[in-house]
Unconditional design. Sequence first.
Lengths: 328, 328
Amino acid sequence: MLKPLLVIALGGNAMIKGKQRGTIEEQIENITETAKQIMKVVPKNRVVITHGNGPQVGNIMLQMEAGSHHPFNRPVLPMDICGAMTQGQIGYLIQNILGNLLLKEGPPSRLNPQEKIKVTTIVTQVVVSKDDPAFQNPTKPVGPFYSKEQAESIRTEHPEFTIIEDAGRGYRRVVPSPDPTEIYEKDQVNKLLEAGFIVVAGGGGGIPVIKNEDSTVQGVEAVIDKDLAGERLAVDVNAETFAILTDTDRVYLNYNTPNAEGINTITRAEVQKYLDEGAFGTSLKGSMGPKLRAALRFIKDGGKRVIITSPELAADALEGKAGTTITP
Amino acid sequence: MLKPLLVIALGGNAMIKGKQRGTIEEQIENITETAKQIMKVVPKNRVVITHGNGPQVGNIMLQMEAGSHHPFNRPVLPMDICGAMTQGQIGYLIQNILGNLLLKEGPPSRLNPQEKIKVTTIVTQVVVSKDDPAFQNPTKPVGPFYSKEQAESIRTEHPEFTIIEDAGRGYRRVVPSPDPTEIYEKDQVNKLLEAGFIVVAGGGGGIPVIKNEDSTVQGVEAVIDKDLAGERLAVDVNAETFAILTDTDRVYLNYNTPNAEGINTITRAEVQKYLDEGAFGTSLKGSMGPKLRAALRFIKDGGKRVIITSPELAADALEGKAGTTITP
């Protein structure tokens, strides 16, 4: 009998916290902490891991900008490539650190009991519709802040870019955040799961690609929300549970007010009702909005439950002892 | 009956040619040309692809250097991470471009004849011995050129770095180039091959890791020769043929002299004899030395043949009509 399949979406904090710059020491320390928490759920679950890449892709875009001038004159690469680079970077760190912990303390592999479970990272393209309305309305800020003069010069050089003013902090490029429709490498992920591996896939929301008339896929300059991509991944691998790990212990009504009330278990219909009433308060202005949207969608798509909690509480949350559980 | 298994090692020219800077347009054009050549061998072979990353990792190191100063102040990450980033970047491009060609014109998948063969990239660690003598004698130049003052300042900041003077062009960091002993993700590559995929693995010679006493693996600042890593990969997947694709049509005796003589077929013993006699001439000062070393090692490790030729001639070379074939 196969263990239940769990897709874990790791927030940015799992790799680079708050005001950290993202040095290698910081990333190794943070990922080690997160990996220790994931270790607690490995004995009872088959696991797929996806992750954000905001700080890492931000660093790459700044470094490319810095390196594009004299005396370096290195080419600036588009966002799909930058995303692919972060999948290599973060995937390697997770695969190395979690793989080492599994080697020392993990359960045996299902198909090969002489060995421990191994971790593998798949470079993952995620399909979005070329008719997605997000392409008409770019909203996701990326890359460096610019002065007004720099912004105008970039608009001249790249008329296809949308540059907006960001409330007093300068000018910034925004890109579309379209909806994921398919994990392009889902067959590969499923084969590796069948073979007993833990798979890291869809990092940073995946490398965004659109499908052409002839079904070929082509990278686009966009950022897919990592929780929505994680939901798609959870559906495409037929996971029972989708766990969104972030920097809060659970979801709150009236978040950040004296009336704040933590939610333990809630149905999809109740989440929808509270969303309609605005009862989640200011948490929706942060990242909770996409998380709840991803959660509702997973249940609608046939998933059994969504957990929203911190990495530290993930194992307890899976046993119903912590975090927020969203059910059909 | 399974088709024979072929490991292809792509040289840097397959992605970024000679004096190109490595813009996305250049990389897409070059990889498309290479992928069209690989398409010719797909009908008769199962394929694993590995590739160099010299220009790409060079760009990342320069961009990190540029971005490390005011006003960017982004962290410089170590070489294992930079290598992992190039595996994501180049793996994505190969997987996207070759995948699209296969979708349009490729043969059906062996296990699922309704579908075309798919391509997948595995983030790959490659184990080297921590006792490898290369760690005592770093020889591989990496990253930017420095002035004498910069070199001294870096030596102070990073006493663990080896900085050498590079014949009139300034100062440069050199890192060890240890021998690959194991493709750490070989089981993952083999499972994906069994499932009928084309696999991209071990890019840039792999992410170099050493094995600790407790068998955990740990990234090191080093560069593994991509042809030697490709040889290890070819052995670890049990390939019949190892094809090293580069910028020459074949191997020459007395290379670049009036007496130059192209080699069609040669045994391992003859290669060894010519090497001992110095008969390959100046080609050994370029990249032909490691290629011949990798070729000899593959035959010694039980491989059936090595092909050394250009991507354009790969299909003909596999039929014995072009290139150099090295046999037991």
